[in-house]
Ligand binder design. Structure first.
Ligand code: 16G
Length: 241
């Protein structure tokens, strides 16, 4: 029950209660949250108060609203560490999920100036481009557009990257010693094409990540632009002083 005799607002108490129920599995992922009317009757509070609690939980990503169906418990976000250079496949496997890819396109093209400069290309400027939707347990998580220098990886555009790891291929077949990366992260809103690939509404919040990856000789070999679902990812980093 909620306590009306303490100075903690009722909407906040309900929010805490629902959060607890989600965390201890009483309200499992995907389950339908009781309606505003049910909750207001159950806890003896106004529907406005219930609405405020649910609204905040939706904003925080613990609940999702599906039009015409109701409000459901959302899947927990993936806590992406920022200190280790890992591949998508490694990341998902370490979380007990099965990585996969839907390859949308593979082609060779002259690198746009920004990509040529990121990859330090001067004479041969063609790059192999992979456009992949990355999936975890069959659900779309991110859209990645990777650019790799054709001169370094001449047959790369012939490779089948469905269900395969690019980093593993580069390490095993091309003997690349993947060493470090420079990454920027920005907040954005999904375009209509990105939304379609990711199965989200147009203009949903997303993380726009750009990565330049270097080998052990400090040579850049990969430039990647990716769009990660904001409702499925949060970034985590340990800070020391
Ligand atoms: C990650 C990298 C991406 C890399 C991919 C390789 C970010 C933002 N991006 O998604 O640069 O190409 O892993 O994954 O983390 P794969 O080896 O599973 O194909």
């Amino acid at each position: 029950m909620l306590n009306k005799n303490i100075p903690i607002p009722l909407y906040y108490q309900l929010k805490e209660k629902l959060t607890q129920m989600i965390q201890n599995g009483e309200m499992p992922v995907g389950s339908l949250v009781p309606s505003e009317r049910e909750l207001s009757e159950r806890y003896g509070i106004s529907r406005m108060t219930v609405r405020q609690a649910l609204g905040e939980l939706v904003k925080e990503g613990l609940l999702v609203r599906e039009q015409g169906k109701g409000t459901f418990v959302a899947e927990p976000k993936i806590n992406q560490g920022l200190l280790k250079l890992t591949s998508f496949s490694e990341d998902m496997r370490s979380r007990g999920m099965e990585p996969d890819s839907r390859v949308k396109a593979i082609y060779v093209q002259e690198a746009p100036p920004m990509v040529a400069s990121a990859l330090g290309l001067s004479s041969e400027k063609r790059v192999v481009i992979f456009e992949r939707v990355r999936l975890a347990d069959n659900k779309p998580m991110a859209l990645e557009i990777s650019h790799l220098p054709l001169a370094k990886f001449p047959e790369l555009d012939k490779e089948d990257l469905h269900s395969a790891s690019l980093y593993k291929l580069l390490e095993d077949k091309y003997n690349v010693s993947i060493h470090h990366a420079r990454q920027t992260i920005e907040v954005g809103l999904s375009s209509s094409v990105e939304s379609k690939y990711l199965g989200i509404r147009s203009k949903s919040p997303v993380l726009l990540i750009e990565r330049i990856t270097f080998d052990a000789k400090d040579q850049p070999f990969e430039f990647v632009k990716s769009v990660y679902r904001g409702d499925r990812y949060k970034l985590q980093v340990e800070l020391y002083r």
